[in-house]
Design a binder for this molecule. Structure first.
Ligand SMILES: Cc1ncc(COP(=O)(O)O)c(C=O)c1O
Length: 422
């Protein structure tokens, strides 16, 4: 065996990220046969109809007008005070819950997940999320010895599977002091599902039941990375009010991100926001998270913070930004609508899509199907139990033709398997 230097806990399988791999292949294909002839549905960012990254003018004009010192100087560990106020304002809008609310800056929503999972679970704990989930939840949590366990997101009728949620939630509650759940809603990655207000009532009802046992600590982490591309900016925020006045042993932490809502993916700016009925719990949250900031990345991107504060605290700028964002949201809606309608027409089964960047197609042998699709110059992402198609990155015409191409590839692989069996 050749020399190995890395510590045991850092020995990970040497795999290239499958998403980046397929994305690279798609880009190579675009170069050799032209963008018009390739459908690149691998990218998790908003692209225009010609496949170029969308960067909002209202965001980048503001950024470029900043004084150098506002970009260059160190920021406070917890985030600049005006940024933390702006984050609360833009996150909750008219639906600020009652209670103690504290925000701590983080590098993107990913940083917020790290802050929350590290500070609110013990080593060896299971963290609950749905079986369709954003895979970095595993990387972020397994790095520190936590394990992700899952409930089934959908039942056989493609409705939110509350029974499965309840079963797994209670199962963890029977074994652990802390029940930490990640809910990525609205506009879930990868399915595009959004938990409805009624479903939220059930989740909160169950949490309250378990919370009658004072020894249990329930943490609901709400990953809202895509909230700004969910239906109506206000309607999609109503559920925040439900987090008012919860028992003191239920803590809600919202993972805020500037990546999608402000097309600021590479700026790495976000926040973890806690909502609690207890002043002490809020203070503890703040000090725990600030300690982690210092220990992991020190302070965050000051220019990005200033940019958000300037836009959010100025009515006119915010209005212009909202108008620009709305145009892109409408574009996304049109693309998704075409895809969903066409899927129905050609009989391609997809998971229930409500909002957001992605549509998922459940299937067997996802990797083989993806490989087969590359022959048609269609690139998408294989998941454990299906495929992820990024409507955010593909124009309407391409969204229209894709379902039948995917349907054919699925059929082809299915037939192949039958032949192999016989
Ligand atoms: C479900 C989900 N949560 C969180 C994030 C966090 O993104 P960032 O760290 O760029 O804010 C992403 C980004 O793709 C995501 O898809």
């Amino acid at each position: 065996m050749s020399q190995s230097m890395v510590a045991k806990h850092s020995m990970w399988p040497r795999q290239k990220d499958i998403i980046f791999n397929l994305s690279e292949r798609a880009q190579r294909a675009e170069k050799s046969i032209g963008k018009d002839n390739v459908i690149n549905a691998t990218i998790g960012a908003l692209m225009d109809d010609y496949g170029t990254l969308i960067t909002m003018d209202t965001v980048y004009n503001e950024y470029k007008s900043l004084d150098n010192k506002d970009i260059s100087a160190y920021a406070s560990l917890e985030g600049q005070p005006d940024y933390l106020e702006a984050v609360k304002k833009v996150c909750f809008k008219e639906y600020m819950p009652d209670g103690y609310i504290k925000a701590v800056a983080s590098p993107g929503g990913s940083g917020a997940i790290k802050l929350a999972t590290w500070n609110y679970t013990e080593e060896g704990d299971q963290i609950l999320t749905s079986d369709w989930f954003w895979s970095p939840y595993v990387s972020i949590t397994e790095e520190t010895g936590r394990k992700v366990s899952t409930y089934q997101l959908f039942d056989e009728n493609n409705n939110f599977n509350f029974n499965s949620f309840k079963k797994e939630f209670l199962n963890i509650a029977s074994k652990q002091e802390r029940i930490f759940t990640i809910l990525n809603t609205p506009a879930h990655n990868p399915t595009g599902y959004s938990v409805s207000d009624d479903e939220w009532d059930k989740i909160i009802g169950l949490s309250k039941e378990v919370a009658t046992n004072q020894d249990k600590k329930i943490i609901l982490f709400v990953d809202i990375a895509y909230i700004d591309f969910a239906s109506d900016d206000n309607a999609s925020r109503k559920f925040f009010k439900k987090f008012s006045n919860l028992p003191e042993n239920i803590l809600v932490i919202v993972g805020f991100s500037m990546s999608k809502g402000f097309t600021a993916y590479g700026m790495r700016m976000g926040a973890a926001i806690c909502i609690t009925a207890s002043e002490n719990v809020a203070e503890e949250f703040y000090y725990g998270c600030v300690h982690s900031c210092r220990a992991n990345w020190s302070n965050c991107n000051r220019g990005a913070m200033k940019l958000l504060s300037n836009i959010v605290q100025d009515e006119e700028k915010f209005e212009k930004y909202t108008q620009e964002k709305t145009l892109y949201k409408e574009m996304l809606k049109r693309r998704a609508k075409v895809f969903v309608e066409e899927a129905e027409k050609v009989g391609l089964d997809i998971l229930p899509y409500r909002d957001g960047f992605f549509v998922s197609i459940p299937c067997d042998n996802p990797r083989e199907v993806c490989e087969e699709l590359t022959k048609d110059n269609l690139y998408l992402v294989p998941l454990k139990a299906g495929l992820r198609f990024a409507v955010c990155a593909v124009n309407e015409n391409k969204c229209k033709v894709s379902p039948s191409i995917i349907k054919n590839a699925l059929q082809y692989i299915k037939n192949q398997k039958v032949v192999e069996k016989n």
